[in-house]
Design a protein around this ligand. Sequence first.
Ligand code: GDP
Length: 478
Amino acid sequence: ASLVTVLFHLGEMATATQSLDEDTFGTLAAELGYVIEMVSAEEEDRELLGTFDIDLEAEEAGESDDDLAARPPVVTVMGHVDHGKTKLLDAIRKSDVVAGEHGGITQHIGAYQITHEHEGVERAITFIDTPGHEAFTAMRARGAQVTDIAILVVAADDGVMPQTVEAVNHAQAAGVPIVVAVNKIDVEGANPAKVRQQLTEYNLVAEEYGGDTMFVDVAAKPGIGIDDLIEAVLLTADASLDLRANPSKDARGVAIEANLDKGRGSVATVLVQSGTLHVGDAIVAGTAHGRVRAMFDEHGNSVDAALPARPVQVLGLTSVPSAGDTFLVAPDDRTARQIAEKREAAERAATLAKRRKRISLEDFDSELKKGKVESLNLILKGDVSGAVEALEDALLKIDVGEEVELRVIHRGVGAITQNDVNLATVDSAVIIGFNVKYGERVEELAEREGVDVKFYSVIYQAIEDVEAALKGMLKPEY
Ligand code: GDP
């Protein structure tokens, strides 16, 4: 109760059970003469694993050069909508030199590996099979990084567009080298030189212009230039990255996607990042645990062992992990279960702490006045593109005044997705849904992450609310 009193005197209303944000905590500590050390979720998890005698850092520090072996690069394809990301992933898949051996049928499991002959040597490359920066953002929001190289697809008949720039920002922020695929060169009016010119503005200067970024002209649909593009990826990897991992230890990695299958139960695609994953291993992925009952590759073939950079579907987890959850092999079933349970408890505590929304329309004005935010970031989702455009136009016409900015950081058609929530998490945005609902399992994620999502079926009501939020006239709802 005395803490509450101190807080009250500091001008913060609080109850004894409410969790506090970092600033309030700091002020409180200073007032009471304590120094408080903030512990991040990752550190907390590391400590948790430490109690089970698992120290990933020490393990890595103890590895010598001899323990490390070359591993394939992991590549993500990003770019503006309709510029050909999906087609390019298809074309690359078809270019697999060993595709004939498995009949060329690939299932979508979230990632696939191909083999390419490079200077007489067969080289493997792993591609994340979710085009766009969805997967990338999901991983980043959870602190995981799987991508070594990004292929930026830019349609030569359209040039650099908003999501092209977003993709460049995402990749550059993560320090991931970019290879540019200038696509649709078969289309009339294609202007590959213009794309090169436009991208210099974003520090992507083509080698032929004296820079160090590889640009490759391709046409994904008819399959032109695909081998050259893969060559460029390997050359970029060899020139700027040291891709090695220790295959002779327990596996560690990241879950890329997962779902609940009626017949098979929890099916998770994981990417092994180091070590080797074996059938029979006890694993923990996020808060899911279990024993690897079976593993399958992207051709549906069952595999017994998965080496670094290999994506595999894993059967045997007791629940469904989230994309971006890290996984590790535990010494035994019991430890795996205990780690999962402890993580779940930690997650519950964190959820309670975040229940106070990151940013909401209701408290925007007070956060603005406290100097905590400078812009109201919005993500717009609607049932049809016309409505989204109309909404955006109207919102951007609101007279916001001098000291605040209204930014639409992302817009799209369809249900509110996990990616929308992840973006909102990364960029502290409020999501506005017009005649749409939550996608599957998205409401829980928004709740967990404390993201404010508002639904409307009348445009002017959305506009009124945003206008009121900007002016601090929305009443908080509790
Ligand atoms: P995404 O939204 O970036 O995944 O784009 P898609 O791969 O779905 O491609 C968008 C459209 O462009 C589709 O109609 C494709 O058939 C077409 N497209 C993609 N690549 C090419 C290409 O190289 N040449 C031509 N002519 N059309 C292409």
